[in-house]
Write a protein that binds this ligand. Sequence first.
Ligand code: ZN
Length: 154
Amino acid sequence: MDLRDLYQDIILDHGQHPRNFHKLEHASHFANGHNPLCGDRVTVYVELDGDKIKDVSFEGRGCAISQASASLMTEILKGKTLADADALFKSFRAKVTGGDETAVPTELEEDAERLEPLTGVKTYPARVKCATLAWHAFEAALKNGAAGATIKTE
Ligand code: ZN
């Protein structure tokens, strides 16, 4: 099987059947993300328990990549610590933007690998913002808490 086809399947699957696609009633943090270049919108909800991500969900609409990325992100981040989330985002962002790759701790390698299907966007610069939108919204949510935040990709 061609690996590219497999990756495409994962993106289509998450795009068509997004996981954790709902509002979080007890969100301690949330943020709205907007990618005007593509028209993607993603709202990310987070419920923290100390420095642990007790629950995370999203709502949104947009291209398959933006929605699949948000879906995968929520699956991966649930139960992780904020430090884990930060390490995963840094590594993912470096991969999609072609920046210097940062290694993740061994226990996070499997999660980082699950994001590989999305790193194909690096050859399509216009799509990079689609793939990172949910992560930027997650980051903005943590900074702004229950008051919420709205971010726009530049
Ligand atoms: Zn998009």
